[in-house]
Design a binder for this molecule. Structure first.
Ligand SMILES: [Zn+2]
Length: 92
């Protein structure tokens, strides 16, 4: 009787295991994953930033985000430039 119960449990856990496995195998395609990301981002008509993969409400917010990054990159360039010239004058 006890043995029977154990076998029943075993079969059940086995079927759970295979259920999980089959869920792992049937991964959504790339298109579906993009759709899921869109839904998860909570935006109605989101646009994706090709650099960071983040979603934005519309083209306008995407451009704002990208221009912020551009400004940031320019600042880094300027800092590097002054840093280098500073080193050069230091050598002189
Ligand atoms: Zn980005």
């Amino acid at each position: 009787m006890l043995f029977k119960n154990v076998t029943l449990l075993d079969t059940k856990s086995k079927s759970n295991y295979y259920e999980k496995k089959s869920q792992e195998i049937s991964e959504p395609s790339e298109d579906v994953q993009i759709e899921i990301k869109k839904v998860l981002s909570g935006k109605k008509n989101p646009v994706e930033c090709s650099d960071s993969g983040r979603f934005f409400e519309d083209e306008k917010s995407l451009k704002m985000h990208q221009s912020k990054i551009l400004i940031f990159k320019k600042k880094i360039l300027v800092i590097n430039f002054y840093d280098q010239s500073g080193h050069q004058t230091g050598i002189d």
